[in-house]
Design a protein around this ligand. Structure first.
Ligand SMILES: O=C(O)CCC(=O)C(=O)O
Ligand SMILES: [Fe+2]
Length: 353
């Protein structure tokens, strides 16, 4: 096995955990989507200064600032990231074009039970008794087979934009990963997979990566439902673009749910489970969720990035001080992906040393 989509083939889902409802036809939140969570309205300090730092990648102190943000909150917003704003706009407008199609049309691009790419609801759905106010389109590699079903004569525009964005995201994710390792005093040479996956040509190992387009339609009763239930991301890091509609929140012990307000032109970067394991829990794998709006659609694009699927990772000996034992055993990326898909937030307890 060498790709992430092959890893998901062994983890098929039931159709009821893939197929979205037709949100446009709903005038109220159906019982299937009602969440009894009193904290939805509690996070109302959107206008206060956000705790999540906004870091300029061109800042001469970027390495230290990013290292500190990874260690404290596990999330930061990134400015001057080098991704052309015109490309981000194109991704957003192609995603909007897709989600604006009728339900009947969108279902033509539905993910298959063992498939990774295509239209569908969140993979975490089976772990909750209620459904979320969310629909998504997952892309691993090229989405061409699915998009041809939607736009037989006009699939190139969507596919080219998504493939191009993934290439640019990979370069940025690599740059951030190197910089984060540098902040931990770990040199590039110590991370064999990073140098062997940097060039696209002839490299046997490919990084694990996926692009997730998310849409949270405006909701008639926003305090009754959840956009995306609390979860941590599985891979090393996630680079997220969000539109100007609020909704993303992170959980901080002692403070509760805190908003991550949209910052024009910035990307949100958060640490996932694999960085948490590699740093022996020094970096939090930040718990996050999305609440919905009564009036506006929220769109977001998440790029998940990790080492090749066969790579075996364990806490870096350099981050362990002499008195400290590793919290986690060695685990192959594909093994962890399977454990996470079957156990969600309990996944880390399965690899505790
Ligand atoms: O829409 C968002 O802001 C969050 C998306 C997310 O957490 C995910 O796709 O894993
Ligand atoms: Fe996430």
């Amino acid at each position: 096995m060498s790709t992430l989509s092959e890893a998901y083939e062994d983890l098929p889902l039931d159709l009821q955990h893939i197929k979205p409802v037709d949100f446009a036809s709903l005038e109220a939140v159906p019982d299937s989507h009602v969440w009894h969570d009193s904290s939805f309205g509690a996070c109302s300090d959107e206008h206060e200064k956000s705790l999540v730092p906004v870091i300029d990648l061109e800042d001469s102190n970027a390495t230290e600032l990013i290292g500190k943000a990874c260690e404290t909150l596990g999330v930061f917003q990134l400015k001057n990231h080098g991704i052309p704003l015109s490309l981000i706009e194109e991704v957003k407008s192609e995603a909007a074009r897709f989600f604006a199609l009728s339900a009947r049309q969108k279902l033509k691009a539905l993910r298959s039970p063992g498939g990774a790419t295509g239209y569908g609801i969140a993979r975490i759905t089976p772990f909750f008794s209620k459904y979320m106010w969310h629909e998504g389109f997952t892309i691993m590699g090229s989405p061409v087979d699915h998009v041809k079903e939607l736009w037989p004569h006009d699939h190139e525009r969507f596919c080219d934009v998504m493939v191009n964005y993934q290439k640019k995201m990979k370069v940025l994710a690599e740059r951030l990963t190197r910089l984060i390792f540098k902040s931990l005093n770990i040199s590039d040479e110590e991370i064999s997979w990073l140098s062997s996956t940097s060039n696209d040509s002839g490299s046997a190992s490919t990084v694990s990566a996926a692009l997730q387009l998310n849409s949270y339609p405006p909701c008639p009763e926003p305090n009754q439902t959840m956009g995306l239930a609390p979860h941590t991301d599985t891979f090393l890091l996630t680079i997220l673009h969000q539109t100007q509609t609020n909704g993303l929140q992170i959980f901080k012990d002692g403070s509760g749910w805190l908003p991550v307000p949209p910052v024009e032109g910035a990307l949100v970067v958060n640490m996932g489970d694999l960085f948490h394991i590699l740093t022996n829990a020094r970096f939090p794998n930040v718990l996050h969720r999305v609440v919905v709006s009564g009036t506006q659609q929220r769109l977001s694009t998440a790029y998940f990035y990790g080492p090749p699927i066969d790579f075996i990772l364990s806490p870096f000996s350099k981050v362990l001080n002499s008195a400290q034992a590793p919290h986690y055993r060695s685990v192959a990326v594909k093994e962890y992906v399977a454990i996470k898909a079957q156990n969600l937030e309990k996944a880390l307890s399965f690899i505790r040393a």
